[in-house]
Write a protein that binds this ligand. Sequence first.
Ligand code: GTP
Ligand code: MG
Length: 573
Amino acid sequence: MACRVGLLLRCRPRLPGTGQSRLSSTGAAAQSAAGREEADSKVSTQKKTFPEVQAERLEQAQRTVLINCPAKIDERKFLKYLSHHGKINSHYFYESYGTYAVVEFSEKDSITSLQDVTRMPGIEEECAVPFKSRVFTLTLKNLSTQAADQAPVHCHKQATILVSELIQKLCSADSVSNQLYTLMDEYQLTEENIKLRFLVCSLIQDIACAYFPESTVKPFGSSVNTFGKLGCDLDMFLDLDEIGQNSTRAKTGAFYMEYQMKRVPSERTASQRILSVIGDCIDNLGPGCVGVQKILNARCPLVRFSHQPTGFQCDLTTNNRVALRSSELLYIYGSLDSRVRALVFSVRCWARVHGITSNIPGHWITNFSLTMMTLFFLQKRTPPIIPTLDQLKALADSEDKHIIQGNDCTFASNLNKIKPTENTETLDVLLGDFFEYFGNFAFNKNSINIRKGKVQNKPEPSPLYIQNPFEQTLNVSKNVNQSQLDRFVALARECAWILQQEDKGHSSLSNSQPWGLAALLLPSVTSNSVKSKRRKRGPTSERIKNLLDSLKINNENSLVNNGGKRTFSNQAR
Ligand code: GTP
Ligand code: MG
């Protein structure tokens, strides 16, 4: 199938980066799917590449401090107090084990000025490690008079709503498309939450810089790839590649000078040693960094810890540049067309509610694999909604060329080069077809490949084979076993069936009766209720009959029986 997205001119991005207005959750939820398209086209003039957005946010984070403060505080006096150290660009409050303020100064010097007048904690029984960070505690000098008549400060939300509340909201949407957008608006990272993620990276960078002054710590994964959900983990990359890049080699004279350095047998060993040291520093020096685990024998060595002041679960890696590049690729796909993110968010949420994905490592399908599957599905539409990776590579210029550890990671970074798709399918159609497509996919013989946008024969017998787009000999879903894949397929078939059964008459149902996406987030129906629905609604097409036959086989074992009733569930929390 010839793909038109290859001949590309302009794009219609909805960038989640800085400098772009983000719709408030209520405003966005109320916006129609058509309005969404219009909003997409309005932001088309504001396009920044992924590295530009990252650099801007990291710089912003370096001018920012985190202050634990009383919940009842005079905000005006608080800002006046801090502004003695310099102009404040922005601030907001949130709650996580107490109330915190995030304050962004206009100049970095303001932080030094604030640190100069900040005293060491007066601890009577314990001792403090005197590491001066950018995390502070602010107390009131006179608690009884200063807090008495204050209302608590307004805190920004840092977590998603309960699934039961989400389902109710979805029921009040006027189409399945708008249900998907409502879910995305409720679940996506807020501007404040993204800033907080960059701030934590910058705080960890301060620690790493004690040993490696030129190092940077960058977020990757769902924190920055446009598919992050409130509460997702924070994947961080300790970038040491800048070290020595700026040193100018003397051109004259009879000598060369170079550093003496510790030699180790492999890059992996170097990563393990560096992470081991930085992990110890985070454990011993980092305020609020708790539960530090050094997982150095993993395929990609990492340090895992919780950052208490923000509530983020953090994974720090190094020598993981391919993952950073794959975050950029996902960012591009997520920015091209608003349907991409809406569909990915809904599929991820659906998978989480039904236990298809899990927080615990194991044989489950991961969010990353699910995202690959959704992108692949969108590449297979007619006309395709997003280009293949090879088409993005064809649009790359010399600056986009990236070969990382022998892997070709080249693709166009500039969104302006990518022509918008002519596909006008609604999310109503796409959601149903997604489930039908994967409910009937020949996983036993075929693999998924977003580089080519084509099904290919599986090179090895893993139940689910999704080719890693950059490290092309690897399968990103190698961990998935047959029974987890079977559960996914059975549920996909069931959901395809449910959506096919729902006709346009849903508006005649009461709002409390879940329909569309809301119905898919409930525990599964039993095969009995499926049969009775079928009788009531008359004959079905051959395709639906096939789906039903497969359900009969698979349902008993894999789907949740709830006495034939579909009820609210908070399972995904
Ligand atoms: P969340 O579940 O929201 O955290 O999604 P995520 O995309 O952040 O996934 P995760 O934290 O598991 O991994 C972070 C990043 O590492 C991903 O976005 C990918 O870039 C990369 N990654 C994760 N799993 C794989 C894998 O199996 N293979 C490869 N090559 N990269 C992976
Ligand atoms: Mg992650």
